[in-house]
Design a protein around this ligand. Structure first.
Ligand code: FES
Ligand code: FES
Length: 161
């Protein structure tokens, strides 16, 4: 076993983990944060996407021990003070989900895509930026609309700060 300490959604956690434990299983099974989904376990679908140090990472591609000392954000950490994150609101308003299985991963990947973009996102930017996230319900059209809407709101919000 290896001892690790991580900060997840602003809360510090320490735990002993097996070296083979994937980050996604640490989040789901040790910390009980089941909003992060497992779709494939083979780095194909993006359902397990979280932010590690602010960058989107497929948490089935990372060992929990590799996350030692990191700041991690999961879908449970996106709403603040009872207010949904602009991406969560936009997915709701634009019907960017059907079964919802891919949604947490889509939102986490979109958050880093929007924050890392040098300027306003275009539709091709979103489609290319999210190509590592699969929606088995094939709801891509509304997902793209939601991300574009959230991108505008997030950029306007940061310009007003
Ligand atoms: S479960 Fe991680 S990419 Fe599919
Ligand atoms: S909404 Fe069902 S997998 Fe995307």
């Amino acid at each position: 076993m290896r001892h690790i300490a991580v900060t997840v959604n602003g809360t510090r956690h320490e735990a002993d983990v097996e070296p083979r434990t994937l980050l996604v299983y640490f989040l789901r099974e040790t910390l009980g944060l089941t909003g992060t989904n497992v779709g494939c376990d083979t780095s194909t679908c993006g359902a397990c996407t979280v932010l590690v140090g602010g960058a989107s990472v497929k948490s089935c591609t990372m060992l929990a021990v590799q996350a030692d000392g990191e700041e991690i954000t999961t879908i449970e950490g996106m709403a603040q003070d009872g207010e949904l994150h602009p991406l969560q609101k936009a997915f709701h308003e634009h019907h960017g989900l059907q079964c919802g299985y891919c949604t947490p991963g889509m939102i986490m990947a979109s958050d880093s895509l929007i924050r890392e973009a040098p300027g306003p996102l275009t539709e091709p930017d979103v489609r290319i930026g999210l190509e590592g996230n699969l929606c088995r319900c094939t709801g891509y059209h509304n997902i793209v609309k939601a991300v574009l809407a959230a991108s505008e709101e997030m950029r306007a919000g940061s310009a007003n700060r």
